[in-house]
Design a binder for this molecule. Structure first.
Ligand code: PFF
Length: 530
């Protein structure tokens, strides 16, 4: 709690914090995933839906996370523990619901799910809201295990570009090369190890001289590289077809499904729902303005995602390729595109370097969540926690790396999971991805919003947010938008329509309902497909 006399490290100032948080948000999600889901879901129309999701759900939840972290000065588990009431009716109701669902499933003989739900129900009953924090720390573990495998591929491709090995006459050749590379355990695990090593080295150094220092170096480099790549891409003959494809709104492609894709991606892209921003928030000083910091982080994240599309699609179209390669776009189509333009190896090198930097500043935030928990709650030294959990995540990630395509190398594990749950995902890698992105993050986001809105309470949260934000949240929204925040004649009365009240309504009603619908849809309990 804030009254604990800690000597917690803090960011050196607003800029250091914003770059670190933007570094967490800007990652593979922006450069690898955003462009291709935009391409598949109606281009500019999807971008508009995505912006709406970010404004309505992403930004309000991010403010909650920053406020929870700064107020408690703790990791996600400690933050929930510090603010949870002795008994919470809502937590008990959820606990009973989960318990009953577990007992119900027993009737159908699906004992794996049943045992899991009964155990979970009892845990919710015992630990209440603190479990949301535990889920966040667990998500840090599971996300980084597969994330760093993909990040490892980018290191491999940087090496391949530097040694001029990415000479593909067509996409089929590039695909064969890629498949061979990711299925080669030596390469896959070696590169994954290198990436985890970089994460550990940075987190090991601490908040200021590790995370902040490297974010301040890497984020401007990332921005510069993406600018150079955009210029290169846009100046290729025929590039405009790509711009048109990317940004022309096609509203016929927008349906419930694409809205939910946008919502799910907003969470992943902004690093929300697992306490990364609670942890980073716990290193913010009371002088910083949380509203404007959130605006900067969300703005930078969206800007880089849009820029990534502008770096990729014009080049893809200019060289006569299609935009619909999905996840393979970056590792298969792009190397082929680069090979066809002068100094291709150099452009490929720059691109994969960009991807690696983006992944690294996200990877460190994931490892920091786990590290902060063991430092705060278990009294471990930072060095020890960073190394021990870096190693543990490396080991879990190695399972992802060797089973990225199917279960053939982990048949024993698949048999166990199959016996318990009745079905399995396509691979262990997919299982980790599914568990984190479809379960942990949305549920985490839902509970963070509910907790802030209904348990901690918007009033207490706002008291925290008001520190350092001058009168930002309390002036009439119109005056704020008109730039009249400090004008006495606009500011002399108590207003109802303010940023603060708007945020409160979103966090209590709109965000939880939207996230719940998205969650039920992704796990298949609600079908909104047309
Ligand atoms: N925001 C990162 C991306 O877009 O790639 C992924 C991520 C990082 C998710 C950190 C969650 C997190 F805590």
């Amino acid at each position: 709690m804030s009254d604990k006399p800690t000597i917690r490290e803090h960011w050196s100032g607003a800029w250091g914090f914003i770059l670190a948080a933007a570094g967490s948000a800007i990652g593979l999600g922006n450069i690898w995933k955003f462009p291709y889901i935009t391409g598949e879901n109606g281009g500019g129309a999807f971008v508009l839906v995505y912006l709406l999701c970010i404004a309505v759900i992403g930004a309000p939840v991010m403010i909650c996370e920053f406020a929870l972290g700064r107020h408690t000065q703790r990791n996600p588990v400690g933050a929930f523990q510090a603010l949870s009431p002795k008994t919470s009716v809502l937590a008990h109701l959820v606990g009973i619901g989960v318990l009953l669902a577990g007992l119900f499933l027993l009737l159908f003989g699906s004992w794996g799910w049943s045992v899991l739900l009964i155990a979970l129900g009892l845990l919710i009953f015992r630990y209440g809201w603190t479990l949301v924090g535990v889920m966040g720390v667990t998500a840090g573990f599971t996300i980084l295990s597969f994330y760093s495998v993909v990040a490892g591929w980018t290191i491999g491709y940087i090496w391949k570009a530097a040694t001029n090995q990415l000479n593909f006459a067509n996409v089929a050749m590039a695909k064969e090369h890629f498949d061979h590379f990711i299925l080669h355990p030596g390469w896959a695990i070696g590169c994954h190890f290198l990436f985890m090593l970089l994460c550990v080295l940075i987190v090991y150094k601490g908040v200021r001289s590790g995370i902040e220092r490297w974010s301040k170096i890497l984020m401007p480099v990332l921005f510069l590289i993406i600018l150079v790549l955009i210029v290169r891409s846009l100046t290729l003959p025929g590039a405009m077809a790509g711009v048109r494809f990317y940004l022309t709104p096609d509203f016929s492609k927008i349906n419930a499904n694409s809205v939910l894709i946008a919502l799910g991606h907003a969470f992943f892209s902004l690093s929300l729902g697992m306490g990364a921003m609670i942890t980073y928030g716990s290193y913010i000083s009371r002088e910083e303005n949380l509203f404007s910091a959130t605006l900067s982080v969300v703005g930078l994240d969206t800007l880089i995602a849009l820029m990534a599309g502008l770096a990729i699609f014009p080049a893809v179209f200019a060289q006569g390729f299609g935009p619909d390669a999905g996840p393979g776009l970056v590792f298969q189509v792009l190397p082929t595109v680069f090979h066809q333009i002068p100094f291709g190896a150099f452009w490929a090198f720059l691109f994969f370097l960009l991807l690696m930097i983006a992944a690294l500043t996200s990877g460190i935030s994931l490892l920091e969540v786990v590290t902060a928990y063991f430092v705060d709650e278990r009294g471990w030294a930072r060095h020890r926690a960073a190394v021990a959990f870096g190693l543990a995540i490396f080991l879990l990630g190695s399972l992802c790396a060797i089973s990225v395509a199917d279960w053939s190398r982990l048949e024993g594990l698949q048999a166990v999971l199959l016996k318990i749950f009745g079905t399995t995902k396509a691979s262990f890698f997919d299982t980790m991805d599914n568990l984190s992105s479809n379960w942990f993050l949305p549920l985490g986001g839902l509970f963070i919003a509910l907790f802030t809105g209904w348990i901690w309470g918007t009033k207490h949260a706002l008291d925290e947010i008001r520190h350092g934000s001058s009168n930002f949240g309390d002036v009439h929204l119109f005056s704020l938008l008109a730039g009249l925040k400090d004008d006495p004649s606009h500011n002399s009365r108590i207003h109802v329509v303010t940023l603060a009240s708007l945020w409160g309504i979103f966090i209590r009603f709109i965000s939880p309902v939207a996230v719940l619908i998205a969650f039920l849809h992704t796990v298949g309990w609600l079908d909104l497909r047309p």
